[in-house]
Design a protein around this ligand. Structure first.
Ligand SMILES: Nc1ncnc2c1ncn2[C@@H]1O[C@H](COP(=O)(O)OP(=O)(O)OP(=O)(O)O)[C@@H](O)[C@H]1O
Ligand SMILES: [Mg+2]
Length: 265
C-alpha cells in the first residue's frame, strides 16, 4: 500500500462533503435541527429556502467557520474530530480544520476583497501566505484564473475601480486559486444589478460544466434549476424537500415548497 500524503484525496468515491444529522444553535435559538447533506465529487448542490431558514449557517458549518453541537461533518470521507460536547463542542485538530477550510473555498455575497490590495494581489494572497506556495507559480495561476473569469486586464486595478460583477469574478478567481476540492457560494449574485448578475452566472455555469464540486446558496431559482444536480429546500432548519431540479421545481411535493416557489418565481 502506498502512503497517502495530506493533499491526496482519501478516496475518489467519497463525497467531497457529507453532513449527517447536524444540529447548530446560536444560544437558545436552534438554527439547524438535524440536517443531512451530500455533495458528491463533480456535483452542484443548491440550497434554497426563505430568509432565516439556515442556508448560510449550513454552508459555514461545512467549512468549519461555525461550530455545531451535534452530528458529523465528513470531508472526502474523513470525519471532523471533535472535543467537548454540545455548546462546548469544537474541532479538536487545528491542522485538520485548516486543511478542510482551505479545500472548501468560499465566495460571499459581498465579495470581501482586500481594498488595499490590487486584484492580482488579492488572488495571490491566500495561496502564498496560507498554503506557502511559491510566489511565481501562484502569480502564473492567478493570472490564468483572472483570464478565465474574463478580467485578465484588471490585475493591477484596486477593487474600488471595478464594477460589482467584476469584483465578484475576482472573488471567484481568488477562490479558484486555492485549487480547492469544492467551491461554496453564498448568494454570489444577490448584491448585483441584473446585467452584472448575468456575467457572474455565466462564470459559475462554466465552472459547473467543468465538473467542479459546488455548494450553491441562492435566491436565483433559474440559476439553481439550470446548474444543479441536486436541490435542497431548507425550511426552519430542516430539509423539507430535496431532489433533482426538474422534480423540485417542476413537481414540488410539499405545500411549503409550493408556497416558497410561488412567491420567489
Ligand atoms: N451569528 C449569529 N448569531 C445569532 N443568530 C444568528 C447568527 N447568524 C445567523 N443567526 C440566525 O440564524 C438563523 C439562520 O440564519 P442564516 O443566516 O443561516 O439564514 P439564511 O437562510 O442564510 O437567510 P438569508 O436568506 O436571509 O441569507 C436566523 O434566524 C438568524 O437570525
Ligand atoms: Mg444567508
Amino acid at each position: 500500500m502506498t502512503a497517502r500524503t495530506e493533499d491526496q484525496p482519501r478516496t475518489n468515491a467519497a463525497p467531497v462533503i457529507e453532513i449527517r444529522d447536524l444540529h447548530k444553535s446560536y444560544g437558545s435559538l436552534e438554527v439547524l435541527k438535524g440536517v443531512d447533506l451530500v455533495a458528491p465529487r463533480g456535483h452542484v448542490v443548491s440550497l434554497i429556502g426563505s430568509s432565516g431558514s439556515g442556508k448560510s449557517t449550513l454552508l459555514r458549518c461545512c467549512n468549519l467557520l461555525e461550530d455545531s453541537q451535534q452530528g458529523e461533518i465528513l470531508f472526502e470521507g474523513e470525519a471532523v474530530r471533535w472535543k467537548g460536547e454540545g455548546m462546548a463542542r469544537h474541532p479538536a485538530d487545528r491542522a485538520q480544520v485548516i486543511r478542510i477550510r482551505t479545500n472548501l473555498s468560499m465566495v460571499f455575497q459581498q465579495f470581501n476583497l482586500w481594498s488595499h490590495l490590487t486584484i492580482l494581489q488579492n488572488v495571490m494572497e491566500a495561496p502564498v501566505t496560507v498554503l506557502g506556495r511559491p510566489r511565481a507559480e501562484v502569480e502564473a495561476a492567478a493570472r490564468r484564473y483572472l483570464d478565465k473569469v474574463g478580467i485578465g486586464d484588471k490585475c493591477d486595478a484596486y477593487p474600488a475601480q471595478l464594477s460589482g460583477g467584476q469584483q465578484q469574478r475576482a472573488a471567484i478567481a481568488r477562490a479558484l486559486c486555492m485549487e480547492p476540492r469544492a467551491l461554496l457560494f453564498d448568494e454570489p449574485t444577490s448584491a448585483l444589478d441584473p446585467e452584472l448578475e448575468q456575467e457572474v452566472v455565466r462564470v459559475i455555469k462554466a465552472l459547473a460544466e467543468e465538473g467542479r464540486t459546488m455548494l450553491l446558496v441562492t435566491h436565483d431559482m433559474r440559476m439553481a434549476a439550470d446548474l444543479s444536480d441536486h436541490v435542497v429546500f431548507l425550511h426552519q432548519g430542516r430539509i423539507e424537500e430535496q431532489g433533482p431540479p426538474d422534480r423540485l421545481f417542476g413537481a414540488p411535493q410539499t405545500d411549503r415548497l409550493r408556497q416558497f416557489l410561488s412567491v420567489t418565481a
